[in-house]
Write a protein that binds this ligand. Structure first.
Ligand code: PEP
Ligand code: MN
Length: 342
């Protein structure tokens, strides 16, 4: 159930309704919109009696939620959400570009890439210190040392750091050194990890699982939000199909589908979505065209020598040229509806 407050409801009326929800043994999730606040209720097994709420002062109506998700939906918050990541936002009017190498390898490799990324005006830098690799014999990442390098990138270039955590210890460390916790495709349904990042005060970039439906994807976001962390950015990174011409099949239609259902921002990762350098630009542009709020793009100064995902990495100069095209393309489109921060 969700409780829609009247447009002129006061903060104390919102708090009173939230307290009553808590007293009943459930969790209130107040979500402020531009015209009214709605309060999502979770923690109830069966359906709730709206009579508890409709007569309370400040309440406009109580709506039964028929979908399997409650907190990600536009029923709770009709306006698009804008998520703060460090000193910038994802989901606002500006296209968010998140670029950097697949893996943090060395100080020089990261700094050379970061300098080039910062020069394009991008606000976000990505790089994995912990790498989920298919083979246990492949490069596994540089761990905490890699996170230290990333935090130096933040100080030196003012870039906001997005980096993956694969377990709870990794989450604690990413919270210390980074600005946004990436949950990778392989962990999209690691429910205990989702609950753990749900208690974090850092935003979460949640990648779609390799074979996840949109409903499973949104329910994974719901796990995080149910713990009280509403700062979730969704990322489509391609799903596994029978196609062999690309590493994955980038499911662009999930962008308008998610936007019709959810207030959360959604970005596209054309690097993992294609696995091939020459496909990254075309699919990145397609991502902007379908309304993605941002793009996550792998960049490496020497892709042939990359320890991970070299075949899909762009050279810094390729990224610079692409970034100009992506911003031009975005500004040629009708502006996205105004977003409200969560
Ligand atoms: C990555 O972003 O480098 C990564 C491992 O992505 P995914 O989880 O989408 O495979
Ligand atoms: Mn990668």
């Amino acid at each position: 159930m969700l409780i829609v407050m009247k447009p002129d409801a006061t903060q104390s009326e919102i708090e009173r309704v939230s307290q009553i929800i808590k007293d009943l043994g459930y969790r209130p999730h107040p979500m402020a919109g531009s015209t009214r606040t709605a309060i999502g209720i979770t923690g109830n097994d069966g359906s709730l009696d709206s009579a508890h709420f409709v007569s309370l002062s400040g309440v406009a109506e109580a709506i039964r939620v028929t979908k399997p998700y409650k907190l990600v939906t536009r029923e709770l918050k009709p306006e698009r959400s804008m998520i703060a990541v460090g000193d910038s936002f994802i989901g606002g009017s500006e296209l968010a570009l998140i670029a950097g190498p697949c893996a943090v390898e060395t100080y020089d490799q990261v700094f050379e890439t970061a300098e080039a990324v910062a020069a394009t005006g991008a606000k976000f830098f990505r790089g994995g210190a912990y790498k989920p690799r298919t083979s246990p014999y492949a490069f596994q990442g540089t761990g905490e040392e890699g996170l230290r390098i990333l935090s130096e990138v933040r100080s030196q270039f003012g870039l906001n750091i997005v980096t993956e955590a694969m377990d709870e210890r990794g989450v604690d460390l990413v919270e210390e050194y980074g600005d946004c916790i990436q949950i990778g495709a392989r962990n999209m349904q690691n429910f205990s990890l989702l609950k753990y990042v749900g208690k974090s005060n850092k935003p979460v970039l949640l990648k779609r699982g390799i074979s996840a439906t949109m409903e499973e994807f949104l329910l994974a976001a719901e796990y995080i939000m149910n713990e009280g962390n509403y700062n979730v950015i969704l990322c489509e990174r391609g799903i596994r199909t029978f196609g062999t011409h690309a590493r994955n099949t980038l499911d662009l239609s999930v962008v308008p589908a998610v936007k019709a259902t959810s207030h959360l921002p959604i970005i596209i990762d054309p690097s993992h979505g294609t696995g091939k350098n020459y496909m990254v630009g075309p699919m990145a542009k397609a991502g902007v065209a379908v309304g993605a709020d941002g793009l996550l793009i792998e960049v490496h100064p020497n892709p042939r020598e990359a320890l991970c995902d070299g075949a899909q990495a762009l050279l810094p100069e390729q990224f610079r040229l692409l970034s100009t095209e992506l911003h031009a393309l975005r500004s040629s489109l009708k502006p996205e509806p105004t977003a409200v921060s969560v």
